[in-house]
Design a protein around this ligand. Structure first.
Ligand code: FES
Ligand SMILES: [Fe+2]
Length: 424
């Protein structure tokens, strides 16, 4: 098949059921289309409400490449505004987080309150009487919504609502948050930021790739299970876990069956028995003993929501594209409100131990992404295969498709949704 880069990308030819073409990861024209058809149109995860707990708190983020400010106003309402001065376009806020009642543009000093209203214009006499400050607030992100404290936004004025878009992902978000005895997670323990020379989609696909852990991360797995676990039954052919495409770009590695055996963990719990009992009692106060045991046995879920949110056990990852071959991933540890300190300490330290710069797992993945991007320079046969398990996947009554944990059911689900978006 001719995939000469001079032609416009034809997504129906680049994405087939059992394969995708490498061009989808390196062609700047594809990246440009993605900005328009995905990042600036779809619901995108932006921030967690607990990151801006107090009046005046703000964080700066991007939706695709567009800079935005998430700020809590003095009345406690959260606003999502474009970080672009309505005078001549400077960003008005330069820091990643802080607390401020106003954003003052450094260029000519226009000042906006934390609701985005223009409240100050230096040398105002230079404007005639028809000039109204009310006509120049910071632009608002057209649609925003939140689910269990997670704030999503869309730069498009229309399209499906957030609840509809999330669909079955809501039950998995519930599983993630219900581990907190007070019913809320807290995302305020710093962030690990990794950048890599590679396309953003590799991180999304990899997050639900159950084929690689036992191979790419073999050393880490042995270390984390202290060499005692049967690796083949965790992430190998003998595993009874599943890879699931839930539709709408939500894909899951369903490790519940393994976690149920191990007390809510892929590897056995590492907090003390006393902390476990305290945790269990706190959950039982909210849900009753039976449900508390169920929540603990199930543990956190492992899934992604297209295009940029990944939730794995105890952390939240966000994909931020920079260009066609550069990406930043943010790893946010999450704490469980109402859980014993020891449990939260363990969640925090695990994120750093596993995903820090010298962590046991993340550096392997980043190396793999960069090697992938290098491999894409070989242009003789450009196909990447996604056929693993295609012959044995199962269409479930709920509409999802389930395969063996090591199958590429999850990647096929992501690409199916991607092709739909790119061809509409
Ligand atoms: S660009 Fe912001 S005040 Fe001029
Ligand atoms: Fe990995």
């Amino acid at each position: 098949m001719d995939t000469a880069i001079e032609s416009r990308p034809d997504y129906n030819r680049l994405i087939l059921t059992d394969r995708v073409n490498g061009r989808i990861y390196y062609d700047p024209a594809v990246f440009k289309d993605e900005l328009e058809k995905i990042w600036h149109r779809e619901w995108v995860y932006v921030a967690h409400e607990s990151e801006v707990p107090e009046p005046g708190d703000y964080v700066t983020r991007q939706i695709g490449l567009q800079p935005i400010i998430v700020s809590r106003d003095d009345a406690g309402k959260v606003h999502l505004m474009l970080n672009r001065c309505t005078h001549r376009g400077n960003t008005v806020c330069q820091t990643m987080r802080g607390n401020s009642h106003a954003f003052r543009c450094a260029y000519h000093g226009w000042t906006f309150n934390n609701r985005g209203d223009l409240v100050g214009v230096p040398y105002a006499a230079g404007y005639d009487n028809s000039f109204r400050k009310e006509e120049f607030p910071l632009a608002r992100v057209p649609r925003t919504g939140s689910y269990r404290g997670l704030i999503f936004a869309s730069l498009s004025h229309d399209g499906p609502g957030l609840e509809e878009r999330l669909g079955p992902a809501r039950a998995l978000l519930d599983q993630f948050v219900d581990l907190a005895p007070d019913g809320e997670i807290v995302v305020r323990s710093g962030v690990l930021k990794h950048s890599y020379r590679g396309n953003w989609k590799m991180a999304l696909e990899n997050s639900v790739d159950g084929y690689h852990p036992n191979i790419l991360h073999h050393a880490a797995m042995v270390m984390m299970t202290r060499g005692k676990a049967d690796m083949e039954s965790l992430f190998g052919e003998r595993s009874d876990a599943q890879a699931r495409d839930l539709g709408n770009g939500t894909a899951q590695l369903d490790l519940n069956v393994i976690q149920n055996r191990n007390g809510g963990r892929v590897v056995p719990p590492q907090w003390s028995k006393a902390a476990h009992e305290e945790f269990r009692a706190a959950l039982a106060r909210r849900h009753g003993a039976e449900r508390a045991d169920q929540i603990l046995a199930q543990g956190g879920p492992h899934f992604c929501i297209f295009p940029n949110l990944i939730l794995i056990l105890n952390q939240l990852r966000v994909i931020q594209p920079v260009s066609v071959d550069e990406t930043v991933i943010y790893y946010y540890p999450t704490l469980l409100k109402g859980a014993p300190d020891e449990v939260n300490q363990r969640r925090l330290s695990e994120t750093y131990l596993v995903h820090g710069p010298a962590g046991r797992v993340a550096p392997d993945d980043f190396e793999a992404y960069e090697r992938n991007q290098m491999g894409f320079e070989a242009r003789v046969n450009e196909w990447l295969l996604l056929r693993r398990g295609l012959h044995r996947e199962e269409h479930e009554a709920s509409g999802s498709i389930a395969g063996h944990e090591t199958d590429e059911t999850t990647q096929r689900g992501i690409w199916h949704y991607y092709r739909d978006l790119m061809t509409h």
